[in-house]
Design a protein around this ligand. Structure first.
Ligand SMILES: Cc1ncc(COP(=O)(O)O)c(C=O)c1O
Length: 398
């Protein structure tokens, strides 16, 4: 059977793949510590579960409007208004089956063959593959660890062509944990305005920020930039609701309408019950995410401190999200027996086999020098995992 060419352009999600391997090893009775999953280990808040139960009991179990229920769109409109001062009509909001699906609808509605999409690198794995799936060309804009992964005017301008169509902004970033300050966002906005780019602002980690940092959405910089920005967000990370699959977008009406039409011909509505649960999450305010962030902060410090004491490893303190992204290039001269440990993938494989800890290699995020570890797991697991990792790295010979 001959498959469509687009199927050959992409790889299955590496993070989901490694998590599945770790789970399979655990099912065989191995004590695997999972630093690969990109999801909070907290349980979904009780009021959210109660709203879902009430929805089931009330028989709210049928198709809904394909683009999402009015009640949830209102909660989203209110969230943008109260938290960011951004004003949207409900017709400018689309609710989808997770932010990944939101981004996919967006890619389908926006990209044509030949279009170029600027993606600051390192980047979240699905951006590149979703662009490829929609026949467009990802243009990776390499940022440097030394600069804190800063995106500069010079860097962006060096990658612009007449085919540039959009730029993806992801602050706080998965995998680096870096955030963009106002000055950086202003540069991006200025370039977007001058070069007629659509800004895709993935703000899924907006509430997971440390050291008192405040989230800034690029859409808040001016009405002109808001008019060409699609803000993407969801409840997965902020409310520990990864399994419920609710993401959303707000942006220019023609683009949102096109995305909604595509959704109406593919998945139809996101789950009715999850939509009611998402209303409870968004109306519940920030108490839950704030508590979670206090705990993530302790874990962040522990993990980064431990990583920095390991031979051949150095790790920046992430400013947001829940990932450490240590540089492990210092290990590349070493070996395990006859096996050279000379790439992030080799390090990840060695750690999974020898130390039974699951981490994600940097290659699919666009880095040949890093691995990604999630600290959205308990302090005890982090302490034990770091002990194992340190012991495993000390066994490597030069
Ligand atoms: C940067 C980023 N965007 C979007 C998503 C998708 O989130 P979801 O589809 O669970 O809403 C993720 C999940 O890992 C992410 O890390």
């Amino acid at each position: 059977m001959k498959l469509a060419a687009r199927a050959g352009r992409i790889l299955p999600s590496p993070t989901l793949g490694i998590t599945a391997t770790a789970k399979a090893m655990a099912a065989q009775g191995l004590d695997v510590i999972d630093f690969a999953s990109g999801e909070p280990d907290f349980d979904t808040p009780e009021p959210v579960k109660a709203a879902a139960e009430a929805a089931i009991r009330a028989g709210f179990t049928k198709y809904t409007a394909s683009s999402g229920i009015d009640e949830l769109k209102s909660a989203i409109v209110d969230k943008f208004q109260t938290e960011q001062g951004l004003q949207y009509e409900k017709s400018q909001v689309l609710v989808s089956c997770g932010a990944k699906h939101t981004l996919y609808n967006l890619a389908q509605a926006l990209f044509d063959a030949g279009d170029e999409v600027l993606i600051p690198s390192p980047f979240w794995v699905s951006y590149r593959d979703q662009v490829l799936l929609n026949d467009a060309t990802p243009v990776l804009v390499e940022t440097s660890e030394d600069s804190g992964y800063a995106v500069t005017r010079a860097l962006l301008e060096a990658h612009l062509t007449s085919r540039s169509k959009a730029i993806i902004v992801n602050s706080p970033s998965n995998p680096t944990g870096a955030t963009y300050d106002r000055a950086t966002l202003e540069v991006i906005a200025d370039i977007a305005l001058r070069h007629d780019l659509v800004v895709i602002s993935d703000e899924i980690y907006e509430k997971i920020l440390y050291d008192g940092a405040q989230h800034i959405s690029i859409a808040t910089l001016s009405p002109e930039i808001a008019a060409r920005t699609v803000v993407v967000n969801g409840v997965s990370k902020a409310y520990a609701m990864t399994g419920w699959r609710i993401g959303y977008a707000a942006g220019p009406k023609p683009l949102i309408t096109a995305m909604a039409d595509i959704q109406s011909q593919s998945t139809s509505n996101p789950t009715s019950i999850s939509q009611k649960a998402a209303v409870a999450a968004l109306r519940g305010g920030d108490v839950f995410p704030r508590q979670m962030v206090v705990e993530f902060d302790r874990r962040r410090r522990l993990m980064v401190e431990r990583l920095n004491k390991m031979p051949g490893v150095s790790c920046r303190m992430p400013a947001g999200a829940f990932y450490a992204f240590p540089n492990i290039a210092g290990l590349f001269q070493r070996r395990h027996g006859q096996t050279p440990i000379d790439t992030p993938a080799a390090v990840a494989t060695y750690l999974l086999k020898d130390a039974q800890i699951a981490v994600v290699p940097g290659e699919p995020f666009g880095s040949a020098s890093h691995i990604r570890l999630s600290y959205a797991t308990g302090m005890e697991a982090i302490a034990r995992g770091m002990d194992r990792m340190e012991a495993a790295l000390k066994k490597l010979t030069s």
